[in-house]
Design a protein around this ligand. Structure first.
Ligand code: ADP
Ligand code: MG
Length: 709
């Protein structure tokens, strides 16, 4: 803390510059910082670096590790090492195939090392004879000469860069700004401004959790002394980021519980028995547990906010039906929202079947309704004359009002998050919420993006499921696969042929029409085959689905409109065309359309992967049928970046933490956040004031934390 300067007694402070506060100083525009000026400030602006503070938190995207420095005669093959020397020779030449090679020989003491760069035209003028440089890479001995391919290079005399002796940061750049320039600017900013930074954690907290103070960590994240320092520094910043998020989520949950009122809907023995009578099968242990958790929530006067996840085909629907009937049994209304018309209609049919003998008044709201019919239904719903509404999310969120809504169920929802909960609120009392996910979600993601929800997980599948076989094939295998496909159709099974649609454009529709025509007149001409895609009207889609469900159609050629939820147990065959166009979760969802009954199922994906990533994805897909395992794999392949579209959840993205690498810290941060909010629910204690402020600044709006504190 900077001590206050005593002011002369009695002097009125008009026209005198007041001592700027730390916050004001940290807000100094970058233009006024050492080494910047107006022109560079414009470049920095492009990186969204406007104030001194932004520079401090402009974290490296990577590091150049120059810490293992060697003489040439001490080099070891294959290990990351650094050699320092003087450029002796530079040659740049084109290759016969139109590429280019840059070769740079450096003299390092008594030895010589050659750096080679292939096809990097822009490197052409990078080096000059006589320059002092360091090259860092994994060396290889070619004959008598040591070589490095694509080594990292630093020119020592450029911009007075101090001799590189350790680990240097690599920042994101913009055109016109060099790495050494931004390093210099950041280094200067750190020197001046880090001492002004405020520490959010009390001293004892830092000690108890073995965390570095911010003022120590931040400089080391930029210019670490060594790997250990970098790890410690990063750990501190990651912990803080995750902890603040977990605090916000914990506070949100507590507030939800404390401030919102929902109807008490208890599953009495009588109600429970009445509901179960309607189910045509015994429930699995996983379904039972989910139902128990849901019933416990709904029996409380605070709104349930629960995520139900289970692999495709694990039987989530019946769990939702239980919850809905529980609400209806108490005279409340309930609504089931699906992402597609097809799925909404399927749910309506399932409910019709189960509730045929019951008094539950049902309505289906779909896009195909006439305006008059629609208006009539809306009126009934508003008057409380309908108990159970099924429809697509789009339609229901638009303009339906309920008389006494007790439970909202959202099926197959990926993009549900903290923010959407606000919809369908009614005055005074809140409905309970149950969200079912399309695909299992990695645990780290449920803990962050869905961190304000309670989670129920169904791990087991209904009994009697047969094996599901997946093949990855190329065009040579086509004839054989169709042979097999036809044989199974003749045995009475049904199948899907899925064609990717990158967009629902006219051209794309033409291409699915083509697939349909060629199958109908070729491989599958002896069979009854139908077509379904997103550009068809709801009525056309329904008709095609109905005929398939009834077995009139043996094969359905479709786009990913069947991706979620569709349940036709007799369908056991699936052909996926151009599998490389689908994401892993999507492939798994598609495959989830088969293996839903008592026959073995077969999925063949034809693929032509163009990138290592899509190859990896397809390999993962055939390696496992476990959705939970695939979700983790997908997460690893794609990285945490956009898997569940953080932005769509309305939460600001994590900047430092890496959810796959930092799992343990996430667990720790969550535990710590929970024990802190258990002791001080609204973070009202003075020692938590800074944490509270930081939490509000970052998540107050996104999580609607309102007036906490
Ligand atoms: P998802 O979890 O993918 O939504 P569904 O709820 O559509 O799965 O259920 C998949 C299929 O399994 C449906 O045909 C359903 O009738 C059936 N099913 C669900 N639970 C059981 C059970 N306990 N025993 C037998 N079949 C079940
Ligand atoms: Mg489902």
């Amino acid at each position: 803390m900077v001590p206050c300067k005593p002011r002369p007694f009695g002097v009125i402070n008009i026209g005198m510059a007041a001592e700027p506060t730390a916050a004001e100083q940290l807000a100094t525009p970058v233009q006024f910082l050492k080494g910047v000026g107006p022109a560079r400030a414009e470049l920095l602006e492009r990186l969204e670096l406007r104030a001194a503070r932004d520079l401090l938190f402009f974290l490296p995207r990577d590091y150049q590790d120059f810490s293992d420095q060697r003489e040439v005669d001490q080099l070891e093959e294959g290990k990351l090492q650094t050699v320092r020397g003087v450029v002796e020779d530079v040659d740049f030449r084109g290759t016969s195939s139109g590429g280019c090679v840059l070769g740079v020989s450096i003299r390092a003491g008594a030895g010589q090392l050659r750096g080679l760069w292939f096809n990097q035209q822009f490197m052409r003028d990078r080096f000059q004879v006589g320059q002092r440089v360091v090259l860092s890479g994994r060396p290889k001995q070619e004959g008598l000469v040591w070589q490095m391919h694509h080594p990292r290079a630093e020119t020592l005399d450029a911009g007075d860069e101090e001799p590189a002796t350790k680990i240097l940061p690599v920042y994101p750049l913009t055109e016109g700004l060099q790495q050494w320039q931004i390093r210099k600017i950041v280094r200067a900013a750190l020197e001046t401004y880090v001492p002004l930074l405020d520490e959010v954690f009390p001293d004892e907290y830092l000690q108890a959790h073995d965390l570095w103070p911010l003022q120590r960590a931040l400089p080391q994240v930029h210019f670490p002394d060594d790997r250990a320092a970098l790890d410690n520094a990063r750990r501190r910043l990651v912990y803080q980021e995750l902890f603040i998020l977990q605090l916000a989520l914990a506070v949100k949950r507590r507030r939800q519980q404390a401030l919102r009122r929902a109807p008490v809907l208890e599953a009495t023995a009588k109600i429970d028995a009445r509901i179960r009578r309607l189910f045509p099968f015994e429930l699995t242990a996983g379904q039972e547990r989910a139902i128990a958790e849901i019933s416990a929530d709904m029996a409380r006067p605070a709104p349930m906010n629960r995520l139900l996840q289970g692999d495709v085909g694990s039987g989530k629907t019946v769990v939702a039906v239980y919850a809905m009937l529980l609400a209806v049994a108490h005279g409340c209304q309930t609504v089931l929202m699906a992402p597609t018309e097809i799925l909404a209609r399927q749910h309506a049919l399932t409910l019709d079947r189960m509730l045929a003998s019951s008094q539950v008044r049902r309505a289906q709201l779909t896009g195909g309704l006439t305006p008059a019919r629609r208006a009539a239904l809306l009126e009934l719903i508003a008057a409380g004359q309908v108990d159970l509404v099924v429809g697509t999310q789009a339609i229901i969120q638009e303009d339906v009002s309920f008389a006494k809504l007790g439970l909202v169920v959202i099926d197959e929802q990926h993009k549900f998050g903290v923010r959407q909960r606000a919809v369908l609120k009614q005055a005074g009392i809140d409905p309970h919420y149950l969200v079912m996910t399309a695909t299992p979600i990695p645990r780290t993601v449920t803990m962050t993006q869905f961190g304000d929800l309670d989670v129920s997980t169904i791990r087991d599948a209904p009994p009697g499921r047969q094996t599901l076989n997946t093949y990855l094939a190329n065009d040579e295998k086509r004839a054989k696969w169709w042979d097999f496909f036809r044989r199974k159709l003749r045995e009475g099974r049904q199948g899907y042929v899925v064609v990717p649609l990158v967009e629902e454009s006219a051209a794309a529709i033409a291409s699915i029409d083509e697939t349909f025509e060629s199958l109908a007149n070729g491989e599958l001409e002896a069979f009854r085959i139908g077509l379904i895609h997103g550009r068809m009207s709801p009525a056309e889609k329904d008709a095609a689905m109905d005929r398939f469900r009834a077995g009139e159609l043996q094969v359905l050629v479709c786009t990913s409109v069947v991706e979620v939820g569709v349940d036709v147990p007799n369908a056991t065959l699936m052909t996926i065309e151009d599998g490389q166009h689908f994401g892993l979760a999507q492939l798994h969802q598609l495959r989830g359309r088969i293996s839903r009954g008592r026959f073995p199922s077969f999925c063949c994906v034809f693929g032509n992967p163009q990138t290592p990533e899509s190859q990896e994805r397809l390999n993962a897909f055939i390696s496992s049928t476990d959705g939970f395992e695939l979700a983790e794999l997908d997460f690893k392949i794609r990285g945490p970046g956009d898997i569940f579209g953080t932005r769509q959840h309305g939460l600001p993205p994590l900047r430092i933490a890496d959810l796959s690498a930092d799992r343990e810290l996430l667990d720790a941060a969550r535990r710590d956040a929970h024990s802190l909010t258990a002791a001080d629910p609204d973070l009202a204690r003075p020692e938590h004031a800074k944490l509270r402020r930081m939490m509000m600044a970052r998540y107050g709006k996104a999580l609607d934390l309102g007036d906490v504190g």
